[in-house]
Each structure stands twice: as C-alpha cells, then as structure tokens.
Design a protein around this ligand. Structure first.
Ligand SMILES: [Zn+2]
Length: 357
C-alpha cells in the first residue's frame, strides 16, 4: 500500500535553509526582514525551492478553477494566497527572505513545515533505542465520506493512546509513545481515497499493541490486518522524512495497481488529480495532521523564536513563471538558475487532470 515517494516537489529540501522566514517591508533604502531566512549559497536548496514554486504555480490555477466551481470561497482565497507565496524575495547578508502563505496545499510551505518538524523531533526520536514504523489504515472511501473517515481515524488513535495512558498510570500496561502523521492517497481508477496514519513508536511492543487494538476498534468491517504494517526502522532520519508527508502527495500514478510492473526505461506516468487534491484539502481542513503522543519535547524546543532585522544592503527578486525563476528587479539576473527537467514540464502541461470524478 505504501509507496516510495517520487523524486518530486518535496525532494531536495535542505533542513538548514528551510528555516521559516516572514515578510519584509521596505522603507526608503532599508527593509525589515523577519525570521532567519534561507542560505542563498545552498544551490541545491535554492533549486528545490524553484522547483516547488513551479509545481505549485502550475497546480494552483487548476485548483482555483475547481474551488470556484464548488463555490468554496475560503479555498479560493487560500489558493490565491498560495499563488502569491514567495513571489517576491529579498536577499541580504547571504540569506533570502520572503512571505510565506503557510497553507497546507503549498508545496513551498509544506516543505518548510516538514523541515521544522524534523529539526524538532529527530533529536528526541534518536534517543529511542529501537523505534518501529507503523501504518494503520481502514477501507477506502469515496469523497463524500472522506472528512468523517479522517476525523474517525484521528479520534481512533486518541482513544487508543488514552486507554494505554490510563493503564500505565494504574501500572497494568505500558504507555504508547510516538508521533503520527495523517496522509491520504487517491486511487484514480476506483475514485476512492485511502486516508492512513503513519506512526513512529518507541518500541516493537507498542507497534504490536497499536495494530492489534486498531483492528479491534475498527472491526473487520472497516479494517483488515493486511492493510496494517509494522516495520523495524533502520534509518531514522529517512523514515521520519517519509513519515511526515504532511497531507497529500501531489503526484499520483494513474493506475496504482500497475505500480512496480513498469518496464525499465518506460515513461514514468504520473498525474496531478486536482479534483481529488481539492477534496483532500477540504477534508483535512481543521484536522491535526501531525501530532505526538506519550511524550513531550524539551521546553526550549517548543518556543518559536521570531526576530526582525533591519537591512540596508539588499536585492529584490520577483518570480517569473516564464523562466521558472526569480529575477532581480534591477539587473534581470536569475536567482536560482533552475532548469526544470523536460518530463516535469510535460507533466505540468499535460498531466494535470481536472476531470470531475
Ligand atoms: Zn506557501
């Protein structure tokens, strides 16, 4: 069920350079920049940002159409904000600063959010001797039942963790300790959605308890054992990056069942199913995607530092969709020198599926 993520818009994210930055505003020859900014000497990260901007920009037009047709004003507004995310960038002292939309459906912001979670949680999770990765899921649903199913899954996990917390207090069993991330896949062939929870727990016992209790809670009507998965974690950082997909994958194979049967060298066909993505974003609205259970982070990690700096020696860059890059407003110079792969461009031109389900 679980598939390896493609080398897509989320790849190439550098943890260092994804420190959250905020808007900046000009005043004469000086501007105030907020946040830590990103390191502009990190070329890989810069190009990753350009790639995510391109994907988001192309995808958001179609998402806007879908939201307009559905009459969902708040998502229309949200998609517009995402369209403008990081349109203007200021660079100063070797760092770049821009305004982030902070929306879940923005691949730029999702990458930052993901990096923040990893920076926060990896040091804690590294203290666990033998962590396990668990996927819990239930039968797929159609769009109309998606929100309820996601709510039920989040609630189901809370029921289990609270049950074992109480048992641990009474001394009759262990407490469940871990992190969870809610993700949703779309199956274009059946037009169904498969929300699932990616979980990392501290021990194998906890993984076994989770799956056993989950199957009992769901009953065979909603979940079967073959849908659940327990894996011993070998590379924690890699697993954590995979665990926190932060919502939904943008690219989907047209026929998930044929996955893995492709001939070597054959075209990698993937589409962006915008109607499905819009449904997923709508269903996820107001839901907690990422959470921890059974442990706390050290207090110093819970603080979010915000600081502003006044800079006088700065450059302004504006995003230009035609050249897939930010251009210097004075010199026309390119910021990232990103050149998209031909197959990405084809996918973004031809692979955006706007069909109604
Ligand atoms: Zn954004």
């Amino acid at each position: 069920m679980k598939r390896k993520p493609h080398s897509n818009a989320f790849s190439g994210s550098s943890l260092d350079t994804l420190a959250q930055t905020e808007t900046s505003f000009a005043s004469g020859d000086a501007i105030i920049v907020n946040g830590k900014g990103s390191d502009v000497s990190n070329i890989k990260s810069l190009k990753g940002k350009a790639k995510r901007k391109l994907v988001t920009q192309k995808m958001i037009f179609s998402l806007l159409d879908v939201a307009k047709k559905n009459g969902s004003k708040d998502r229309v507004k949200g998609y517009y904000n995402t369209f403008h995310c990081q349109n203007k960038i200021d660079t100063a002292n070797g760092r770049s600063y821009g305004k982030y939309c902070k929306n879940r459906f923005c691949t730029l912001c999702a990458a930052i959010r993901k990096a923040q979670i990893i920076n926060k949680y990896l040091p804690e999770l590294q203290k666990w001797k033998a962590p396990y990765f668990v996927t819990i899921t239930a039968k797929s649903v159609h769009a109309k039942s998606l929100k309820k199913r996601m709510q039920d899954m989040n609630r189901g996990l809370r029921i289990l963790t609270s049950k074992y917390r109480k048992r641990a207090i009474r001394g009759t069993n262990i407490k469940l300790i871990g992190i969870k991330s809610l993700e949703c896949n779309f199956n274009p062939r059946d037009k169904t959605y498969n929300p699932h929870l990616h979980i990392i727990v501290k021990t194998k016992d906890m993984a076994d308890i989770l799956v056993k209790e989950w199957l009992q809670l769901c009953t065979p009507k909603f979940a079967r054992s073959f849908g659940q998965k327990i894996i011993k974690i070998k590379d924690l950082e890699k697993q954590l990056i995979e665990t926190i997909k932060y919502g939904s994958k943008v690219f989907t194979e047209p026929d998930v069942r044929k996955k893995g049967k492709k001939k070597e060298g054959s075209a990698d066909i993937r589409n962006i199913y915008v109607v499905a993505l819009d449904n997923i974003f709508e269903a996820m609205k107001g839901l907690r995607i990422f959470d921890r259970f059974g442990f706390n982070l050290p207090p110093n990690l819970l603080k979010n530092e915000a600081h502003s700096t006044l800079v006088t020696d700065f450059k302004e860059w504006v995003y230009d969709i035609k050249t897939f890059d930010w251009r210097n407003t004075k010199t026309g110079e390119f910021l990232t020198k990103f050149h998209p792969m031909f197959n990405l461009l084809v996918l973004l031109e031809l692979g955006i599926d706007v069909e109604k389900e």
